[in-house]
Design a protein around this ligand. Structure first.
Ligand code: NDP
Length: 448
């Protein structure tokens, strides 16, 4: 029988890779992981976590503004970007230490190095050191796409945005997806002038149309400008260091920072997958089966690198299922049909299940219930922003097919409601549930 240096060699210590390593080690496997950047990956180091902290930090602007009607006078209010930035980066350091401790506590050996595949059971570190492993897991994630145009070297992506030396006065953001809408909200709240430019005329493609319209309305009223059907064609750096952005037929837009948020591509370049006979998919992703196995029996892949659903909890589930399948004797796959998601825009938006359009196409006869309301805290603060909740229901069976929400705390509320959708509960179950008053969430059980 062949002997290997490790039972499992994981490439990439992000959400999927760390979970798979820990669970496989718990099943008794000898595990090593190589990470070329920092342990924790996109979510912890330059994604979900620092982004959410910036959302919290910027949200104080709204709270402080609304505080007056609640009797508070806040004198000498000022914001210091360097304080928020450095506190967030310190928290990222803390989490990286915690993730590293998780690997250590589970006897997972880790190498701070890039690793490439040399064959079905072989990996090589940048130093030239080579190892064999019974199984290899690729969990290298994805990387921001930078479109080609003159001057793109003056632009930044979500990788750099957490490190800005100062708060920009004017920000131009290309793209209108998750990252664009979240950072538009952060910078707008912190006082920057924000212009969102997109190649099409939609924001947050894939989300319910009524919610997207509501977000557009509210954010425009808050001062965010939108330029649609005009991708950036050129960025010039002027003598004073400021940037001039040409997008479509618009007059050039001045900017201190240009943030490009046009999607993330699987991190597969130069990984050596061809040495194991693995061919990439059209977006550079690694094709896998339901159990995350590639076309090579000893090589698996999880997370963004497979481009199934680019969300941290999905990478974690895939990593866990892989470890249980291969090392825990419990074959498990991941279900993708009822994945809740949220955009931490201001206000935030959250959804689970089918949109109205998808449900109509798939089920034909559907009912849509909605509640368009002004949250009590907004009324009191004279903030004219309305929330909107929608339930999409199969008219035949009364089953809830989708829930879509925009308004304060929508993601917090939706996580609990997603359990009901996942469990196949009916509209009648919502109707039979007593409202929790006064709350925004009670709207969910009061739609008739
Ligand atoms: P998204 O896919 O969300 O949005 C991409 C945006 O860029 C769209 O508006 C799209 O326009 C536009 N675009 C795409 N390609 C080009 C191009 N070549 N030139 C110009 N514009 C282009 O990507 P993000 O970068 O915002 O986020 C990447 C992924 O990260 C998300 O898909 C999500 O899975 C994950 N993420 C999740 C978050 C969360 O869960 N809250 C937060 C942040 C990221 P159009 O729609 O008009 O085609």
């Amino acid at each position: 029988m062949a002997t290997y240096d490790y039972d499992l060699f994981v490439i990439g210590a992000g959400s999927g890779g760390v979970r798979a390593s820990r669970i496989a080690a718990g099943h008794g496997a000898r595990v090593a992981v190589a990470e070329e950047h920092r342990i924790g990956g996109t979510c912890v180091i330059r994604g979900c976590v620092p982004k959410k902290l910036l959302v919290y930090g910027s949200h104080f602007a709204e709270e402080l503004q609304d505080a007056a009607n609640y009797g508070w006078t806040v004198e000498g209010m000022r914001f210091d970007w360097a304080v928020l930035r450095d506190t967030v980066l310190r928290d990222v350091d803390r989490l990286e230490t915690a993730y590293t401790a998780t690997l250590d506590n589970n006897q997972v050996e880790h190498f701070a190095s890039r690793a490439t595949i040399t064959g079905p059971h072989g990996v090589k570190l940048a130093s030239g050191e080579a190892f064999s492993a019974k199984y290899i897991l690729v969990a290298t994630g994805a990387w921001p796409v930078m479109p080609e145009f003159p001057g793109n070297e003056h632009c930044i992506t979500s990788n750099e945005v957490f490190h800005l030396p100062e708060l920009p006065k004017r920000v131009v953001i290309q793209g209108a997806g998750y990252i664009a809408m979240e950072f538009a909200g952060i910078f707008n709240a912190l006082g920057s002038h924000v212009t969102v430019v997109n190649r099409s005329d939609v924001i947050l493609r894939g989300y319910d149309e009524a919610l997207r319209d509501r977000l557009l309305q509210i954010t425009m009223a808050r001062g965010i400008e939108y330029k649609f059907n005009c991708p950036i064609t050129r960025v010039e750096k002027q003598a004073d260091g400021r940037l001039l952005v040409t997008a479509g037929k618009q007059d050039p837009l001045p900017a201190d920072v240009v943030l490009i948020a046009t999607g993330r591509a699987p991190n597969t370049a130069g990984l050596g997958l061809e040495a194991a006979g693995i061919e990439l998919g059209p977006k550079g992703e690694i094709p896998v089966d339901d159990y995350s196995k590639t076309s090579c029996d000893s090589i698996y892949a999880v997370g963004d690198v497979t481009d199934r659903v680019q969300l941290t909890p999905i990478a974690i589930r895939e990593g866990h299922a892989f470890a249980d399948t291969v090392f825990g004797d419990t074959p498990r796959s991941t279900a993708y049909d009822c994945v809740p998601s949220a955009v931490f825009s201001q206000p935030p938006l959250a959804a689970v299940g089918l949109t109205e359009g998808q449900a109509r196409n798939r089920f034909g006869n559907i009912k849509v219930y909605s509640s368009d309301f002004r949250p009590m805290k907004n009324v009191f603060a004279e903030r004219h922003e309305r929330g909107l909740y929608k339930l999409v229901v199969d008219a035949g069976s009364d089953r809830i097919l989708g829930i879509h929400m925009i308004g304060p705390d929508a993601p917090e509320i939706l996580q609990a409601a997603a359990i009901a959708v996942r469990a196949g509960l009916k509209k009648a179950d919502f109707d039979a549930t007593v409202a929790l008053h006064p709350s925004m969430a009670e709207e969910l059980v009061l739609m008739r």
